[in-house]
Design a binder for this molecule. Structure first.
Ligand SMILES: [Zn+2]
Length: 136
């Protein structure tokens, strides 16, 4: 198992263990603040938090922006980031896998046409190094 396949497996494991998707921010008419994130919506109405599992509410700080209602722009942006993070991560993992497979399929260094450093494999080596550095 490479550092990349280990990273993908661990990230997928965390995604699978978390509240089922889609995650969403409750909007009007259910929530006029738009800062609370929910998932596992069993309700038939989209973005209705009443049949969903509460994940977090980003409107918990003491900050208040002039001209803003109860929740600030950044609180709503944080909620959108969190609500979209699982799906964004899943897509990013799939993109990484597709790109890694393409790179492996275009290896020319085993034929000694190019050095491993100059081969597409060199990119995977850099990815491995980044993941190993991140683990420290
Ligand atoms: Zn290669």
């Amino acid at each position: 198992m490479t550092a990349l396949t280990k990273f993908i497996a661990e990230a997928r494991s965390r995604l699978d263990a978390a509240t089922p998707r889609p995650w969403f921010v409750a909007e009007m008419p259910f929530d006029d603040r738009s800062t609370a994130v929910y998932g596992d919506n069993t309700a038939q109405v989209a973005c209705d938090p009443h049949g969903a599992r509460f994940i977090t509410d980003c409107d918990v700080t003491m900050e208040w922006t002039e001209g803003e209602p109860d929740s600030s722009i950044i609180d709503r942006a944080n909620a959108q980031l969190i609500a979209n993070a699982p799906t964004d991560l899943e897509r990013a993992l799939k993109i990484i896998e597709v790109q890694a497979e393409y790179i492996k399929g275009n290896c020319e260094c085993y034929l000694n046409i190019v050095s491993r450093e100059d081969c597409a494999c060199g990119v995977l080596d850099k990815v491995e190094q980044i993941l190993k550095e991140g683990a420290e």
